[in-house]
Design a protein around this ligand. Structure first.
Ligand code: NAD
Length: 381
């Protein structure tokens, strides 16, 4: 059934070049396509650097490195780029109008058997599918940044995607050595962003509503919520531009999914995107990634129950709407957000009853966003 041996990656930016690399490492012939040769040259340089690192670390030998690089073909010409590929992975900028143009073009240049996969983080797969003549062969393959390192790939079928295409996608992701998690419904934010993005906003509200400092709250989120770093540190690392974009897209589709805090808009407007611009919630010096000094001592100053409550409530929403099961949810949060403890174990530590009371209290003050989900209420029975 799985006849994929050649794939085309559209877009050679942050995500595209990484997806091309991991696919070539798994043995696929890969064409990488962009609109200018200079973009492809840059992407190939980055791939070479990354593959050479693997040689230096003795993860692969020089011969294997050469074989990987020989499997990647940078091509600008659209017709040539799509020739003989069975799967196209689209990683062009997150702009629905641009994607529409790209898919309409793709449709013209590929035969009807070719599968289309979008790496979109926030746009609905069903809407993207509607730009093509083959919505039943279009699917979301949401790799995380950077694809070379991040283990998770969310697989999102659109309303019309055939089961056979879902199976092929799962098989492909397994072959590239990643962990596929099926997001059974095409909901805003899919699985991980549905929890992560609202959490960043909630952290801004918590900071505003309490009298703790940024590092105290951040330390508490790291040490009491078991995030890999503080939530503000993680936001700076992800990029406030990425978070802002996800916020806008998610909120435009579902007002209840997120309770936007103006701080995100403010940082975005000031172009303070975090680590990559030297300033976000924190200030950074130099090009190298710096860790913020967060400690367990500082963590004692703040109880992050509101943060835990919002994350758990959104997780419950995903479960009660049958977007994924609990096991897949925990796996996705571990691999996509780096959670060091299962979210529902953290929920038990804080107490389901306490979480429900916190949400009810917040709902009475700030509105429907905090309304406890049915699944959460059931857990308390
Ligand atoms: N950056 C992230 O953290 C991240 C994570 C997961 C998913 N995504 C998603 O991946 C996609 C790509 O994001 P990115 O961050 O890699 O963007 P990017 O801006 O780094 O790269 C996009 C590339 O696409 C090229 N492009 C534009 N039009 C094209 C066309 N018609 N054909 C081929 N290439 C074209 C651009 O020249 C650019 O090189 C988006 O849908 C985004 O939401 C991004």
């Amino acid at each position: 059934m799985d006849t994929i041996n050649r794939i085309t990656v559209l877009g050679s930016g942050i995500m595209g070049h990484g997806i091309a690399q991991v696919s070539a490492m798994a043995g696929y012939e890969v064409v990488i396509r962009d609109i200018q040769q200079s973009f492809l040259d840059k992407a190939m340089e980055k791939i070479k650097w990354s593959v050479n690192k693997l040689v230096e670390k003795k993860k692969i030998d020089q011969n294997e490195a050469e074989r990987i690089l020989n499997r990647i073909h940078p091509i600008v010409d659209i017709d040539q780029a799509l020739k003989n590929s069975q799967l196209v992975i689209e990683a062009v900028p997150e702009d629905l109008n641009l994607k529409k143009k790209v898919y309409e073009e793709l449709d013209r240049y590929t035969n009807e058997d070719v599968i289309f996969a979008s790496n979109t983080s926030t746009l609905p797969i069903s809407e993207i599918s509607s730009f093509t003549s083959r919505p039943n062969k279009t699917i979301g393959l949401h790799f995380f940044n950077p694809p070379q390192l991040m283990q998770l790939v969310e697989i999102i079928p659109g309303k019309q995607t055939k089961q056979e295409i879902i199976d092929i996608a799962i098989n492909f992701i397994n072959k590239v050595g990643k962990t596929p998690i099926l997001c059974k419904k095409d909901v805003p934010g899919f699985i991980v962003n549905r929890i992560f993005i609202p959490l960043v906003h909630e952290a801004c509200y918590s900071l505003e509503r309490s009298d703790v400092s940024l590092v105290e709250l951040d330390s508490a989120s790291k040490y009491k919520m078991y995030l890999p770093m503080g939530i503000f540190e993680l936001a700076d690392y992800t990029g406030l531009d990425v978070i802002h974009k996800a916020t806008t897209e998610m909120h435009s589709r579902d007002k209840k999914v997120i309770f936007p805090h103006p701080k995100i808009q403010e940082l975005y407007d000031k172009k303070e995107y975090g680590q990559k611009t030297g300033k976000g919630f924190y200030q950074y010096q130099g090009d190298n990634y710096e860790r913020v000094q967060l400690t367990e001592e500082l963590a004692k100053k703040f109880d992050p129950i509101a943060l835990v409550s919002v994350a758990v409530n959104n997780a419950c929403w995903l479960l009660s709407n049958n977007v994924c099961d609990k096991e897949d949810l925990e796996k996705a949060l571990k691999l996509g957000m780096g959670l060091k403890k299962e979210l529902f174990q953290t929920a038990e530590i804080f107490g389901i009853g306490n979480i429900i009371n916190t949400l009810k209290d917040l709902q009475s003050k700030f509105g429907v966003f905090y309304e406890p989900d049915q699944y959460l209420l059931m857990l308390n029975k």
